[in-house]
Design a binder for this molecule. Structure first.
Ligand code: IPM
Ligand code: MG
Length: 365
């Protein structure tokens, strides 16, 4: 199969982690006889440095010509980087929000799965972990607070700022449909998370999700308030299958869920529109503090590449091959620093850097 893959390496650890994912994809291409053609694209801080803006029309146009885009991470240290002296709409994050909007990537899938091998890196106690957990957060990605009307001003001598949280029923319906479809391929449970005891937008959310549920009688729907969900994730993560939620709640809950898996360096993600196209990125950030040191965990990016093979190219067995190679590397004891045993009992583990982890996983494809 011939596939055009756009690569946004980005900032911070982005270039080192995407390089490992490309390495693993090359191993897949060689083994299964595919032709993956990569096109590098600039976005985020590196685009600001070159063009003065985090996302150019050229990057959008190039992305539109690809079958899928693989991304590392964007952004820098807000306290020290000159990028954060710019107005908000010129900062690196605006590039990411902009490309999600431009490519209509409304559905963000973030699986959080506890590898048996990583139980020791999971900060939850054994009795909480139980049989482990395997959940996926379906986060709405192009609406809500992150795209609502903003205003900063002064009134009656007081500074004020507003961010509006707006959803229309169509935006809710299409993400709900996505969640139910995902649930059908899993354990057939959707937990829709909102704040319907306070927010109008959540009350509409709940009503529309209920309507969509009528078309999926085989899927069990429940509702949960977001504050309770934050608690339940660390109390009994095994109860969740598909967690459906709006943009900001999903942003927050997915970081929390990832930490339950041991490290945010393990959490992959897929951002999809209503075609086969998708943008695949680790859920974590650019970690400027460890950038360039070859110690970042590339696994989330490598697993994002597996999601790309599965969702955009329908290459199921190739995606399995990557996921199994990751499991194999872990069961053989290879660890980046972030997934060593939190109790310090690291017997049998081999600590490796980012690039070495990429080699080890590629070899096991
Ligand atoms: C994420 C990130 C982004 C988001 C930031 C960088 C804008 O936190 O992908 O979760 O909030 O969506
Ligand atoms: Mg986030």
């Amino acid at each position: 199969m011939d596939c055009k893959i756009g690569v946004i390496a980005g900032d911070g650890i982005g270039p080192e982690i995407t390089a490992q994912a490309v390495k693993v994809l090359d191993a897949v291409a060689a083994k299964y006889g595919h032709d993956f053609n990569y096109t590098n694209m600039l976005m985020g801080g590196c685009s600001i440095d070159k063009y003065g803006e985090p996302l150019t029309q050229e990057t959008i146009d190039t992305a539109l010509k690809q079958d899928a885009v693989l991304m590392g991470s964007i952004g820098g240290d807000a306290a020290t980087s000159p990028w954060y002296k710019l107005p908000a709409d010129k900062r690196p994050e605006a590039g990411l929000l902009g490309i999600r909007k431009a490519l209509r990537l409304f559905a963000n899938l973030r699986p959080a799965y506890l590898y048996n091998e990583l139980k020791a890196a999971c900060p939850l106690r054994d009795e909480v972990i139980g049989e482990g957990f395997d959940l996926i957060i379906v986060r709405e990605l192009t609406g809500g607070l992150y795209f609502g009307k903003r205003e900063t001003g002064e009134k009656d001598g007081l500074r004020f700022a507003t961010d509006a949280l707006t959803y229309n029923e169509e935006e809710i319906r299409r993400i709900a449909i996505k969640a139910f479809e995902v649930a059908r391929k899993r354990r057939k449970k959707v937990c829709s998370v909102d704040k319907a005891n306070v927010l109008d937008s959540s009350r509409l959310w709940r009503a529309v999700v209920e309507e969509v549920a009528k078309d999926y009688p085989d899927v069990a729907l429940s509702h949960m308030l977001v504050d309770n969900c934050a608690m339940q994730l660390v109390k009994d993560p095994g109860q969740f299958d598909v967690v459906l939620t709006e943009n900001m709640f999903g942003d927050i809950l997915s970081d929390e869920a990832s930490m339950c898996t041991g490290s945010i360096g393990m959490l992959s993600s897929a951002s999809l529109n209503d075609t086969k196209f998708g943008l695949y990125e680790p859920s974590g950030g650019s970690a400027p503090d460890i950038a360039g040191k070859d110690i970042a965990n590339p696994i989330a990016t490598i697993l994002s590449a597996a999601m790309m093979l599965r969702y955009s190219f329908d290459l199921e067995k190739e995606a399995d091959a990557i996921e199994n190679a990751v499991k194999k590397a872990l069961s053989e004891g290879y660890r980046t620093g972030d997934i060593m045993d939190t109790t310090g009992n690291n017997e049998g583990f081999v600590k490796v850097g980012c690039s070495k982890m990429g080699d080890i996983i590629s070899e096991r494809v």
